[in-house]
Design a protein. Sequence first.
Length: 143
Amino acid sequence: MSNLKVPEKFQEQLKQLTRFAFVGIVTNFAGYLLYLLITRLGVAPKITMTILYAVGATMGYFSNRNFTFSDKGSLIGSGLRFLLAHLCGYCLNLFILIIFVDHFHYPDQWVQAVAILVVAGFLFIAFKFFVFTNLNSPKVDGL
């Protein structure tokens, strides 16, 4: 049998995906449990999602910047791009809730569980190719 060498670039991408999944599973599992608890206490699903989205996004920025993508670029630049990516992710999440809960009357608990996965896929791509793109560049304050 021949020795197949996995390209280094693919290994790095697989490492990033694994780290992103780990960070995402931990933060989203905790966030989802809080979502269930807070909505059970009577807070509206969209308000709960909005609050938890902001908390989770803040935790995710530092975890993904340092652990997942080892980004050394501008804190300000990646921070602004991160906010833009999460604004898009938030809108996607809200759109999913409005369509499937408000219009089709599916249970919000199940819709939010699926929305987490959809938004996670979107965010991985956005982070990798838009937010954390300065892997080896020095920290500067420009975008």
